[in-house]
Design a protein around this ligand. Sequence first.
Ligand SMILES: Cc1cc2nc3c(=O)[nH]c(=O)nc-3n(C[C@H](O)[C@H](O)[C@H](O)COP(=O)(O)OP(=O)(O)OC[C@H]3O[C@@H](n4cnc5c(N)ncnc54)[C@H](O)[C@@H]3O)c2cc1C
Length: 471
Amino acid sequence: MSASTHYDVLIVGAGVTGTALLYQLAKFTDLSRLCLVEKYDSVASVNSHAHSNSQTIHCGDIETNYTLEKAAAVKRTAYMVVNYATKLAGEERDRIIHRMPKMVLGVGEAECRYIRARYETFKGLFPRMQLLEREDIAGIEPNVALVNGAWRDEEIVASGAPDDYCAVDFQALAQSFSDACVQMDRTTGKQITQLFSTKVDAIRKEDGGYVLQTNRGLLQARAVVVCAGGHSLLMAQEMGLGLEYSCLPVAGSFYFAPEALNGKVYRVQNPNLPFAAVHGDHDVKERGKTRFGPTALMLPMLERYDRSSIREFFKVLRFDRQVASVIWDQIKVPDIRRYILRNILYEVPKLNRHLFAKEIRKIVPSIRVEDISYAEGFGGIRPQLIDKTARKLRMGEAKFTDGAGIIFNMTPSPGGTSCLGSGEKDMRALATYLGARIDEPAFERELLMGQEDTRMHVANDEPAALAVAAS
Ligand SMILES: Cc1cc2nc3c(=O)[nH]c(=O)nc-3n(C[C@H](O)[C@H](O)[C@H](O)COP(=O)(O)OP(=O)(O)OC[C@H]3O[C@@H](n4cnc5c(N)ncnc54)[C@H](O)[C@@H]3O)c2cc1C
């Protein structure tokens, strides 16, 4: 093996998580031999692609499933994306992040009461957040408040911001991280290699480091971070790690309507359901269209549109009594049963548009069935973890480590938003493990200051987010 294939850190997967980490290691540490490998020929071809997700910077203000504490932690990581992007030259910035109105909408008396109370609790954390009465909503999103020029029937109120950086093209963001690394490879003494069309087939621990077997030969590194979506769990389990977890891949599809919204309109989440209610988003890539979704349908594959990942799904499912009991716990809740059935029907041609139009009318009451179309080829997969020991479905991101130099990242929503937050945790863990130095002032300047100053917010190190797997 030649010296050029021996790296300090090797990252698997060039989605927004892997590219963000490569950027942070290259920019803020003194590690000088870094490599990223990706099986496709470009960055962000899977869940980080602009087609696959809802393009939202989740900072916690309009996500009703977040507690105040969770929102404070999420806000710090979300604003890292904003601080990074707003320091770029105008043209590149405008390809990545977008300002638009955003709100969470309450419909009917109970939801409106809830929105008003939540606004009082959260307004301190989000000083730009406003309580939006129906007149305000009509000024920002006329199609939400009005039907043919008259007020819609139900009582409505919302909280949100009329103009904020809240939309992002994660694919463009990943491209920007990757381009910055190409630049640093050329202009600094560091070797920052990005290998595309290179699939990692196996990882093994050897001589205090790691050897990766790829379709283009062996690569060697002192430390490895796997940022391969659902495939991270597969690779961990092939190394005998994370065996106490199983994966439930939840696909999300979208529907398009001609421009119905100027920004993002979220809804109050049913606390009995593990996923956010369908929302409407002004699409940042498909001009003139509003995207509604995502749906939530269990699909037996680790990567949407890749049939070969069906076999891989069954490998990580590791179906047994504990997995069955977690699934049963979900199915026995009537709200979840109805939700599962509805989401199956959203995929049935013809019937789906009728049913989905009904769902969208909670946001845009005047929408007609003929206005909407199923977004063919759009949507991705959220690899939700099942914790077999705790017999629970785990929401949000998770990390496994062997307690030494390898980390596996699982990144369901809001994994796009937290790419730099996840990268920060991995950068700090790797710096400790490899004895590297972090340029803290540069990190602070670049990611915690600028458009939003989050230096006073502590990093989120919820123990629940860090699962240390026994080998
Ligand atoms: C319907 C839906 C809506 C969402 N909406 C939002 C949202 O609004 N906001 C938000 O923050 N998040 C959202 N998310 C989540 C977000 O899209 C993901 O968390 C994020 O894109 C994950 O990025 P990643 O880099 O970890 O994974 P990915 O983008 O999936 O990248 C993984 C990479 O690993 C590569 N890879 C896999 N196996 C190998 C191998 N063996 N060898 C080499 N390379 C490999 C893949 O090719 C891929 O490029 C949504 C997700 C879905 C499905």
